[in-house]
Design a protein around this ligand. Structure first.
Ligand code: ADP
Length: 192
């Protein structure tokens, strides 16, 4: 049973690694970005609200995001653990998550930060733009997302470091190597 959070700049490979780790540990990967994109694609009210923020590279307002995550964490499949990818993304969300977990009488086991150089992630995202055509993978929006990461999300690393939960993992190199580093960091912390 593991409850994990994955932090890291856009383009660090969180989504790829989240899927792999979820498979390995038998827990659902919960990606707020994927949930938002599914809602945008489905034209739901939530999607309509989220789209303008996503396309600007800004965070979707906390009131929307927190409520969405609270609902997701209330579902039965997270009782055996979960991996959050893309949440929390600012200090208020981190505090909100603490409250949600307290209500569930649950605690995080580890917060993994995938580190990556800004030039490298920009290169990766521009490459991905050609393949996937995500509307927020244009150069100015990528730049904005990186700024938001540095100003809003990176401060969470010290928050979680202070709680003794943070593990930093180098996100450069082969996808398999990064997975192996993450698994090592997780297994070093799991109480089992
Ligand atoms: P990336 O990490 O590559 O920027 P994501 O798929 O995680 O991509 O997120 C895409 C967009 O979805 C973000 O730029 C933001 O607009 C929105 N989003 C995702 N997670 C959150 C969150 N926790 N809080 C606010 N907005 C979010």
């Amino acid at each position: 049973m593991m409850r994990m959070v994955l932090l890291g700049p856009p383009g660090a490979g969180k989504g790829t690694q989240a899927t792999r780790l979820a498979g390995r540990y038998g827990i659902p990967a919960i990606s707020t970005g994927d949930i938002f994109r599914a809602n945008v694609g489905g034209g739901t009210e939530l999607g309509v609200k989220a789209k303008e923020f996503m396309d600007a590279g800004a965070l979707v307002p906390d009131s929307i995001t927190n409520a969405m995550v609270r609902d997701r964490l209330a579902q039965a499949d997270v009782a055996g653990g979960f991996l959050l990818d893309g949440y929390p993304r600012n200090p208020d969300q981190a505090i909100e998550l603490d409250g949600m977990l307290e209500d569930l009488s649950a605690k995080l086991d580890v917060v993994l930060e995938i580190t990556a150089d800004p030039d490298e992630v920009t290169r990766r995202l521009l490459l991905r733009a050609q393949i996937e055509g995500r509307s927020d993978d244009t150069e100015p929006v990528i730049r904005r997302r990186l700024e938001v990461y540095v100003s809003s999300t990176e401060p969470l690393t010290s928050f979680y470091e202070g709680k003794g939960l943070l593990a930093r993992v180098d996100g450069l190199g082969d996808i398999d190597d990064v997975t192996a580093r993450l698994v090592e960091a997780i297994d070093a912390r799991s109480i089992s």
